[in-house]
Ligand binder design. Structure first.
Ligand code: AMP
Length: 281
């Protein structure tokens, strides 16, 4: 595995690979790898001749009040894990490499970025789409791998790719979970023992929603109330939102129908946690 920190060097390597007709897969990440990240890498390894992982904690997707400074980082461990999965290139650019000192250009997807997580993180997705568009232009991948764990991010990136005609395929990989069901996240490391235990209510409430739907419930409000009841019983978990919405437009649904996204966000101590399920009825 080659560790590369400049755009120039990465482009030189990848243009050789491309000339040999090899397909390139990209996994954009912020590092501190867990099995979720590794699943994306494994999937890319199966499907692409060349696998590029970017490891960059992107400052523009964090608000000043958020955890950019304290975001967990462990480069040596990440390097070892990526190498073990068979990643070819680990791209770790500096801030100066990704944002020129006179940088003025941002990529912004409208409307669908104001809902769900966008309601409390108004600049977050603009940061995400800007860095992801930049990475797509640097790497020019045939396929880019993203996790269903970040459901709104999937919808927003897909929209950007469609609207701006990025010539690549987005591959969505299912959410990797701990054995008890908690969605894996680099931010889980912030949880105290009691917060970790209570955070389990998030995936449980989604499972409960699925059971209600399986048994015939279709009224979104009823399902939300049941989920809220469960989550409220855990004092260390502060619910931010539950959304039951169309999985493409992110429009709230009053009745469950079609491809429905049930997504939530909550805070447990310092950690902001998200989780979701997609249900087809
Ligand atoms: P991050 O490093 O948190 O920006 O995540 C990098 C990529 O890994 C994104 O596409 C995430 O959606 C994906 N990812 C993060 N956690 C999980 C998980 N538990 N399961 C599947 N994919 C994940």
């Amino acid at each position: 595995m080659k560790v590369i920190s400049t755009i120039k060097e990465l482009r030189a390597e990848l243009s050789k690979e491309r000339q040999e007709g090899k397909t390139i897969g990209l996994i954009p990440t912020m590092g501190y790898f867990h099995q979720g990240h590794l699943e994306l890498m494994r999937r890319a390894r199966e499907e692409c001749a060349v696998v590029v992982v970017s490891l960059y904690v992107n400052p523009t997707q964090f608000a000043p009040s958020e955890d950019f400074e304290s975001y967990p980082r462990d480069f040596e461990r990440d390097k070892r894990l990526a190498e073990n999965v068979g990643v070819d290139y680990l791209f770790c650019p500096s801030n100066a490499e990704m944002y020129l000192s006179d940088h003025l250009t941002y990529v912004e997807v409208e409307k669908i970025t104001n809902k769900l997580c966008g309601a409390s993180r108004p600049h977050h997705f603009k940061g995400v789409t800007t860095v992801v568009a930049n990475l797509f232009n640097i790497v020019k991948p045939d396929k880019a791998y993203v996790g269903q764990k970040d459901a709104q991010q999937v919808v927003v990136i897909r929209k950007m790719v469609k609207d701006l005609n990025f010539d690549l395929e987005i591959v969505v990989v299912p959410t990797a979970r701990e054995e008890d069901g908690l969605a894996m996240s680099s931010r889980n490391t912030y949880l105290s023992a009691v917060e970790r235990e209570e955070a389990l209510v998030l995936s449980k409430s989604l499972q409960h929603a699925k059971e209600l739907i399986d048994s015939g419930e279709r009224i979104a409000q009823k399902i939300k109330e049941e989920m809220q009841k469960l989550i409220k019983s855990k004092p260390h978990v502060n619910l931010e939102y539950i959304s039951i919405c169309d999985n493409k437009t992110l429009e709230e649904l009053s009745r469950i129908e079609g491809e429905t996204l049930i997504a939530l966000a909550a805070k447990a101590g310092k950690a902001r946690l998200i989780d979701n399920i997609v249900i087809r009825v």
